[in-house]
Ligand binder design. Structure first.
Ligand code: GDP
Length: 689
């Protein structure tokens, strides 16, 4: 945000309406701006100076006017005062009472109310765009004001754009009196097929409330299991990437990680990864040794393997909690829940139901009938149907709240998961939801965030890669393939991005840049971004808004729709190949035999040939052999078919050809034609998809 201010903020600072400032900018020749537009500091200064000039001019005129009025008034007042004085003197003389000196004291307070209305009037008289600081006597320099404004702008933006890490965390510090205890939040991580889904399903089944409610029809991405007097919230993390992405956004949700390991399979790559993620997040881990019912289950082997990761089982003298379970047979689940309870006791989890509402998105998507849906964990405060909320670049008035059983609720207090319906667009896991005063305020924040996101996307991450370096050094002629990706759910976007990253690493000459990726349909905003970054839009499992479609057509932006990852990858691969500089290879295109030699004064010596295979083309390279010996090498400078000069003759036709430098043709000479042929570049990939 270096060096720029938003018009509405500058206007606010200067005490004017945005339209007034926009009008002044117009005078400076800057048009096509809105209140949300950013202008650079130099322009801001110029506008402010122009305003100051106008304001000072207006002020001088007004002061002159006022001075005149005042002079008249003063003259009148003096006359009145003289008259009053005379009257008082007369009264005093009549009563002959000695005056007490203290009586004079209230004088200023008598004067004050007399002055106030005058000031108010003066205030009203000011032109509406009269900046407060235009009074040179009382205020600091313009430069100072603007410097301050810049800092404020940066700060304000920081608040709007990234209030998030701190807010996403559990409230900490002094526990207010009205705070309540909230359940711990647990995420299950582990290698694929080790039983994450089965465990979450089984835990849901054991929940009494769930079975009373007649089972769950639809998962909202989180669940809350009653245990004894309290409960435990489980979030369905669709994978480690999601867990980490949430963390990267500062939205560390999980208080405890369950590391699930199939006892019949042992520690696998993703197990190790999960350990790394949990450690990096500083979250305590409980190891669930799953599939204990399976014939090959060998928990000791797993414990042995875990030693390598410094996870030592309690019974082996360490402090790592390991619980043998069978997620499928629902065995050991009570022990697991009890252990979670014990670990949770260490951390004090509380929240303030009366605080400002803050929620963190744990799952989000786009539902065909319900529109954007987001499951949030209410971190603090309370959220109610009808509230206006802001989340990332989405906002909206909450139409419906569903608890994790899918039951509609009016409100949800802190500590619990709830599904939110009514957002303007899809959001992403890890984003923070807060409340806004009204739709207008919410929209203002999201517009600003959107602008900022686009800007950041356009500016890129600024991260230097080896490729950038090579490019800078001129060693590598890198071409960019910019993509905007929209998808139905976050998980599939992640998967696609991962595959694209793989593809990208295979071909150094083309760089895939995902300038923006998000859940939801393709909108005008995406098209705008694509225009700005010269990108192709990928709609993965998602639709394109009508307005987006029209805009894309107008702006000649390509939107490609896919439902299957590999199809998308194939086409991207082809696109990448198409972007490569063509590669030419010397290839044999045909052969010919000389049947007859003609000497024609106008043309020189012409070899009448029969093309035996392939073709002869003007410009081709010829190698002429006689009894296996090369007698001439050179260019095919002219080619004739019957009486016509042509560019190409295919077998089995006859042709006449010549080269000014070679006149020694003989019947029976063999000719081989070669040419530089463009080779398709798909072969450039090290791995076919
Ligand atoms: P995820 O990929 O980690 O979510 O694993 P899933 O929950 O989908 O489980 C993978 C496979 O392991 C499925 O076929 C499950 O039925 C099976 N499975 C999960 N838990 C157990 C268990 O405790 N015992 C046995 N025998 N199989 C299990």
């Amino acid at each position: 945000m270096a060096g720029g201010v938003r018009i509405f903020q500058l206007a606010k600072k200067l005490g004017l309406r945005s339209e007034a400032l926009i009008a002044v900018l117009g005078e400076l020749g800057i048009s096509d701006v809105s209140a949300a537009s950013t202008i650079d500091i130099e322009t801001a200064k110029a506008a402010a100076e122009l305003l100051a000039e106008q304001a000072l001019g207006a002020r001088a005129a007004r002061e002159e006017e006022q001075a005149k009025v005042k002079a008249d008034e003063e003259a009148a007042a003096t006359a009145a005062a003289e008259a009053a004085k005379a009257a008082k003197a007369a009264e005093e003389a009549a009563t002959a009472k000695p005056a007490e000196p203290a009586e004079a004291a209230p004088a200023p307070s008598v004067e004050a109310p007399a002055e106030a209305p005058e000031e108010e009037e003066a205030e009203e008289e000011q032109p509406r765009w009269m900046p407060q600081w235009a009074d040179p006597s009382s205020l600091r320099s313009l430069e100072d004001q603007l410097a301050e404004l810049e800092v404020e702008e940066a700060e304000a933006l920081k608040d709007v754009l990234a209030p998030l890490p701190e807010m996403a965390r559990r409230p900490s510090g002094d526990r207010p009196d009205n705070a309540i205890d909230v359940p711990p939040v647990v995420a299950v991580l582990g290698h694929v097929d080790h039983g994450k889904t089965t465990l979450l399903d089984s835990l849901r089944d054991t929940d009494v409330v769930a079975s009373e409610a007649g089972g769950i029809t639809q998962h909202i991405g989180a669940s809350e299991i009653n245990v004894g007097d309290g409960s435990i919230v489980f979030v369905d993390t669709p994978g480690h990437a999601a867990f980490t992405a949430m963390r990267a956004r500062g939205g560390q949700v999980a208080d405890i990680v369950i590391l699930i390991i199939a006892a019949d399979d042992g520690v696998m790559p993703q197990t190790a990864e999960a350990i790394g993620h949990a450690r990096a997040a500083g979250v305590p881990m409980i190891v669930a040794l799953n599939k204990m019912d399976a014939p090959g289950a060998d928990p000791d082997r797993v414990k042995q393997q875990l030693l390598e990761y410094e996870l030592v089982a309690e019974e082996w003298g360490g402090d790592a909690i390991m619980v043998p379970i069978s997620a499928l047979a629902k065995e050991g689940l009570d022990d697991l829940l009890e252990m979670i309870g014990l670990v949770a006791e260490v951390g004090e989890f509380w929240a303030d139901p009366e605080a400002d509402f803050v929620g963190i998105v744990v799952e989000a998507g786009m539902d065909e009938s319900r529109g954007p849906v987001a499951t949030i964990l209410v971190r603090n405060g309370e959220v109610k149907v009808g509230d206006v909320v802001v989340c990332g670049t989405a906002h909206g008035r909450i139409r419906r709240l569903n608890d994790w059983h899918g039951k509609s609720v009016k409100a949800m207090g802190p500590g619990h998961p709830v599904e939110v319906i009514g957002l303007s667009e899809a959001v992403e896991a890890g984003e923070i939801m807060t409340s806004a005063e009204n739709i207008k305020a919410a929209r203002e924040i999201t517009t600003q965030r959107g602008d900022e996101e686009r800007k950041v996307a356009m500016e890129g991450t600024g991260r230097a890669s080896l490729r950038d370096l090579q490019r800078a050094l001129g060693d590598l002629d890198v071409k960019d393939l910019n993509l905007v990706i929209k998808g139905d759910v976050w998980g599939s976007i992640q998967a696609l991005e991962q595959s694209l990253a793989d593809l990208d690493s295979q071909l150094p000459e083309v760089e895939i840049n995902v300038v923006h990726s998000a859940v939801g349909e393709v909108t005008e905003t995406d098209v705008l971004l694509a225009v700005a970054s010269d990108a192709i839009i990928i709609a993965f499992h998602t639709s394109v808004a009508g307005t987006g479609e029209r805009m894309a057509a107008d702006e000649h932006i390509e939107i490609r729709r896919y439902d299957i990852i590999y199809q998308c990858l194939e086409e991207i691969q082809a696109a990448m190949a198409g972007m490569l500089d063509p590669v030419f290879e010397e290839q044999v295109i045909g052969h010919a035999v000389v049947r007859q030699v003609f000497r024609i004064s106008r043309f020189g010596v012409i070899a009448g040939c029969a093309i035996s295979d392939g073709y002869a083309e003007k410009g081709a390279h010829m190698v002429v052999k006689r009894r296996r010996e090369v007698v001439f090498e050179g260019k095919l400078s002219s080619l004739r078919h019957f009486d016509e000069t042509v560019n190409r003759v295919d077998s089995p036709n006859e042709c006449g050809l010549n080269n000014r430098d070679f006149r020694g043709w003989e019947e029976g000479d063999q000719i081989e034609f070669t040419m530089q042929i463009e080779i398709p570049r798909t072969g450039a990939f090290s791995r076919a998809n």
